[in-house]
Design a protein. Sequence first.
Length: 286
Amino acid sequence: MNPFLNELAKQLAGKWLSLLVVPGALFVGSVAVGRRIRLGQWPGDHRFVTDLQQGRASAGQLATVVLGALLLSAWAGLLAQGAGRAVHWLWLGQWPGRVGEALAGRRRRRWTRAQESYEQSYREGRSDEDLARLAHLRNRIALAPPTRPTRMGDSIAALSARVRVDYGLDLEYGWPRLWLVLPEDTRAVVDESKEAFNRSASLAGWGVLYVLAGSVWWPLGLAGLGILLTAVVRGRSAVENLALLMESAVDLHGANLATSLGIPVPEGRLTPDIGREITRAVRKGA
């Protein structure tokens, strides 16, 4: 047990350093330097800095400075993680109230107009190139009628809608069971995509802190905007890839889920009738 606990402690310490302390130290140092530059006090002339340069700083002073820097860095990391969770919630578009409904309605109207243009062109016998272009314009909004105020949120919502329409499967209840029958390599790929999305949200959390730090020194605000832009691009790519991988998992392994639940699969693949049977089994009347 002791070797296991020691190894676990090492891993937790490594994650603590990489996720909180190191980026937190960069943020705290940037704010400190920016503040001194703004106030025209760089380089500084504090007695401790002079003592440190001349080797006269006491061990207590050094320990206090190191401990204070670690605590500030950890607090900054925790603030960034909290901001990242808020960004995660905003990106997925689970907003209550009228604002979320209004934005979702606006996206739905745009999608409906794009779908009507596609259907009209299809009836008119337009070329495959025109149809592909119109489908691309529609899919840039969402792959299914939008229900969320954000594109990232609709990437996940469209996944559930498409699986329900094509297979009759309620993915909210079916996914946890499907996850248990997926091969290990498939779960690893899905996990990596999910972690990429979470890392993007955490990066956006740091961007929020740097934007706020722009009130101390304006270049930090510009850096924050750049970080936020990078995080949005990465987050959008990650969530779209995650939705595609989850839908592919249903396509390739949905029949295994049915077999595991004791539901016959005569054709060897998931069909709407089998999907509805799975839904009845996993929902249990709920």
